[in-house]
Design a protein around this ligand. Structure first.
Ligand code: AMP
Ligand code: MN
Length: 217
């Protein structure tokens, strides 16, 4: 397949690869921010234990269980709910940057549309019944798809740090499912780069400050 993407079958044919499956749960919504800015869609991501943003899911061993059964097990642990994810929800598989402990990793990505009420149930379960709450998962977050007058919203969200290829998975899926137009996304990404640069300036100032305090003591 094009763009380094693999079909589900091609990915499973790699015998010495490890596989990780993650899912985007989303819904439509008619609600408005401040009573006027359409929120349009609720998309769930999470703040992970390592301080990075990612989608719920994790490692699956296809010799022991199907990719989808493994994904549902991970979702149960991280979200505290039983969700049914099928092969039809499989959107994408690709090689991800490997690490020393895991040199050949393939990430599989799924998207599942729910009703708004179901999304709210997932959010509640994630802080009440989920085994991983406060451990592997620090909290669920919604992705802001709008742009505020001052340019905040999606652009600020995209300027944060993401695990592995999670930012690419988010952007590809927004386009593929037509949750956002390419023009809006392109503008948000350009603004995001500016926010990112400002973040680097703020960090440098904080480093200078802490260095001065450290040197005094
Ligand atoms: P996890 O058990 O959720 O940390 O996922 C296993 C591995 O998959 C991680 O060590 C990352 O390399 C990769 N990974 C984690 N989250 C994502 C994500 N949202 N998108 C893509 N790859 C991910
Ligand atoms: Mn995980």
């Amino acid at each position: 397949m094009a763009n380094g993407q693999l079909s589900r079958a091609e990915a499973l044919a790699c015998s010495d690869c490890r596989h990780a499956c993650h899912a985007m749960l989303y819904s439509d919504t008619k609600s408005l921010l401040f009573g006027k800015i359409p929120i349009k869609h609720i998309i769930l991501m999470q703040m992970r234990f390592d301080g990075l943003l990612g989608f719920p899911g994790g490692f699956v061993n296809p010799s022991k269980e199907s990719l989808e059964a493994g994904l549902c097990r991970e979702l149960q642990e991280e979200l505290g709910v039983a969700l049914s994810i099928s092969e039809d929800d499989h959107l994408d598989a690709r090689h991800a940057p490997g690490t020393a402990s895991c040199p050949r990793l393939i990430t599989h990505f799924y998207a599942k549309k729910l009703e708004e009420e179901q999304i709210k149930e997932v959010e509640q379960a994630a802080v009440s019944t989920a085994r991983d709450h406060g451990q592997e998962v620090l909290g669920m977050v919604r992705v802001p798809l709008y742009t505020t007058k001052s340019g905040g919203g999606l652009s600020s969200f995209l300027s944060h740090a993401f695990i592995a290829n999670a930012r690419t998975q988010l952007i590809d899926t927004l386009l593929r499912l037509q949750l956002l137009g390419p023009e809006h996304l392109h503008k948000a990404l350009r603004h995001s780069l500016k926010t990112h640069a400002q973040g680097a300036v703020d960090l440098q100032a904080a480093i200078t400050l802490t260095k001065a305090i450290r040197d005094q003591s």
